[in-house]
Design a protein around this ligand. Structure first.
Ligand SMILES: Cc1cc2nc3c(=O)[nH]c(=O)nc-3n(C[C@H](O)[C@H](O)[C@H](O)COP(=O)(O)OP(=O)(O)OC[C@H]3O[C@@H](n4cnc5c(N)ncnc54)[C@H](O)[C@@H]3O)c2cc1C
Length: 420
């Protein structure tokens, strides 16, 4: 497969862009693989890529029920950050940001990673104290963090309402300048192409219906809509479908619930917002895409669902929060909204682990935050599958932490998925 470069761009532009080849093969499944990854989202594709690149395991298939990029990887609001403070989380997410920083060059694919900063707003002195604590914890982990006062916030985000008589007056904020956004589709396509170039079969329109076991109960393959496929190891990375797929392996209960999360984009407008802003008095995050649309989202719809579309009360709630922060956007038209199925874990932190059955490996529980984790998640899951034990970076993300009481409750919200 050809390298992407400025020369190939010019060459193709001069020949009417008719010579571009598909970025990955339309692979048909082989009878046997060393590793099968169920789910061709960002995490599944990244896992296959790092299995081949870092561990020399090339005889790998990614089985995707639909098409690459059709799940949450292509539906999210693309925010990337590592502003975490707990030991289980901070080093993992910081490793992810470090991988993001080199990802376009590594994949030979422009993922448009834009380190435009992520600013969390504070609206009270108590919240400023909490952010000072978080920022200090981040710096102790070697992560960049800056505490801004109200005047600094006003200068950094001129379109924000920071007046003292605002509905929620702004006291300041915590800024991570190395955070930002990336082009979500490009991440899926870049990892798919990178994995394919290293020999991985990406099999689309191939739903996993069940799991094959040997006499000892070990998972030795999968049953799919395209027949049985055997494998030495099977990794599951299906995000919002985790409960459904693991039930097919005989695991009836997991500390995960599926909920719909909506996102919104406005009509395009000239550049008005050159960073990512999150609202501290409710739940809202907003940035401006390269095409000019404001991309924003808020809370999950609040009940279990497998629908990839949401309901109007949340549209009203999220739009009103946006206008609370930015009254100047009041005359903007909403262009589109959509939903994705979130794998909400009970402590808000993910699971990257061997098991829960022999031969099986699980990657799940990403809540609202799995896009930014894509590189580190794939890297750690590949390491875990290759070595049959977790890497130090994902050692805390075990499944048994819930019954051992070792939860990683970053937001201090307790076992309630709608608060993560
Ligand atoms: C609206 C919204 C906004 C978000 N915003 C952000 C954000 O700003 N920042 C952030 O970090 N995160 C964000 N997220 C979360 C993030 O998108 C997810 O956590 C992450 O994408 C999940 O991992 P994935 O990419 O592998 O999932 P997916 O892309 O959903 O991949 C899972 C794949 O598994 C496939 N699958 C399911 N069942 C089967 C089966 N039986 N057989 C074969 N394949 C199967 C599905 O078709 C799907 O393609 C957001 C999510 C949504 C929905």
């Amino acid at each position: 497969m050809a390298e992407y470069s400025v020369f190939s761009l010019i060459g193709n532009a001069l020949t009417g862009n008719r010579r571009w080849k598909p970025a990955w093969r339309a692979a048909a499944p082989k009878p046997t693989y060393d590793v099968i990854i169920v789910g061709g989202g960002g995490h599944g594709l990244a896992t296959a890529y790092y299995l081949a690149k870092e561990h020399g395991i090339h005889n790998v298939a990614v089985l995707e029920r639909g098409y690459v990029g059709g799940g949450n990887v292509g539906r999210n609001t693309t925010i990337v950050r590592s502003n975490y403070m707990l030991p289980g989380n901070a080093p993992f997410y910081e490793w992810s940001v470090k991988l993001w920083e080199g990802l376009s060059a590594d994949l030979n694919y422009n993922v448009m990673f834009s380190q435009r900063g992520v600013l969390n707003l504070a609206h009270s002195p108590a919240q400023m104290d909490a952010y000072a604590r978080r920022g200090n914890a981040m710096r102790l982990f070697g992560i960049d963090a800056e505490l801004l006062d109200r005047a600094q916030v006003a200068k950094f985000v001129p379109s924000l309402d920071v007046s003292p008589d605002a509905r929620f007056p702004v006291a300041g904020g915590l800024l991570q300048r190395r955070g930002g956004t990336a082009r979500h589709d490009a991440v899926a396509w870049g990892y798919a192409r990178g994995a394919d170039r290293r020999g991985v079969d990406i099999v689309e329109n191939c739903e996993v219906l069940g799991f094959l076991r040997d006499a000892s109960g070990r998972i030795v393959g999968v049953e799919t809509t395209r027949g049985e496929i055997r494998a030495g190891k099977v990794g599951v990375a299906v995000a919002g479908s985790t409960g459904e797929v693991m039930r097919r392996a005989g695991i009836e209960r997991l500390p995960i619930e599926s909920h719909v999360l909506q996102a919104f984009v406005s009509e395009p407008l000239k550049p008005v917002l050159d960073t990512v802003v999150t609202f501290g008095a409710g739940h809202l995050y907003v940035s401006q895409s390269d095409k000019g649309g404001l991309v924003f989202g808020g809370d999950i719809d609040g009940y279990n669902s497998y629908a990839q579309r949401g309901n109007l009360p949340v549209v009203e709630d999220v739009a009103s929060l946006l206008l609370t922060m930015f009254p100047a956007y009041g005359r903007l038209k909403l262009l589109r909204s959509w939903g994705g199925i979130m794998d909400m874990s009970m402590d808000g932190s993910p699971i990257i682990t061997t098991g829960p059955l022999p031969g099986l490996y699980l990657n799940a529980g990403w809540c609202y935050g799995g896009f930014k984790a894509t590189p580190a998640s794939g890297w750690c899951f590949a390491w875990t599958i290759a070595n049959d034990r977790p890497h130090d970076l994902n050692a805390a993300y075990s499944l048994d932490r819930f019954h051992r009481g070792r939860v990683i409750d970053e937001r201090g919200a307790g076992p309630v998925p709608w608060h993560h």
